[in-house]
Design a protein around this ligand. Structure first.
Ligand code: HEM
Length: 98
């Protein structure tokens, strides 16, 4: 997610791209794998996992709405592009700091 976002920002395109869709899918799959209660008995921080899921749903909305509006107007949508960068960084910040 962040890699695709930085690439867009560096290229001054500011578009929401399909690579970001792959990124969000990958973070969901890896996140769910890490959240599996296996081996039995390990402690999991469920509030943290829940908040990361909520962030991911919000990010999915940002990507979906952003893609649709981009297609309709033919222009990048700056607030949504910014959100598409901030939300994964927030998730990573929560992952590392909490
Ligand atoms: C944009 C989305 C996400 C990003 C950027 C992200 C980032 C990270 C990072 C950097 C770590 C390593 C933390 C460390 O080793 O200190 C981590 C761990 C983890 N993530 Fe995520 N994550 C995302 C989404 C999710 C989702 C959706 C879930 C669960 C449904 C999830 C569950 C976990 C779990 C269980 C761990 C291991 C335990 C922990 O360190 O808390 N993550 N994540």
């Amino acid at each position: 997610m962040v890699g695709a976002w930085v690439a867009e920002a560096a290229a001054r395109r500011f578009e929401i791209t399909r690579v970001m869709d792959y990124g969000i899918l990958l973070s969901l799959l890896t996140g769910l794998a890490l959240a599996a209660p296996w081996p039995a008995g390990i402690e999991l921080n469920y509030p943290k996992i829940g908040i990361k899921l909520v962030i991911l749903v919000a990010l999915g909305a940002v990507l979906g709405i952003g893609r649709a509006r981009q297609r309709r107007t033919g222009q990048p949508v700056m607030p949504l592009f910014v959100a598409a960068g901030v939300l994964p960084l927030l998730a990573a910040g929560i992952a590392v700091l909490w």
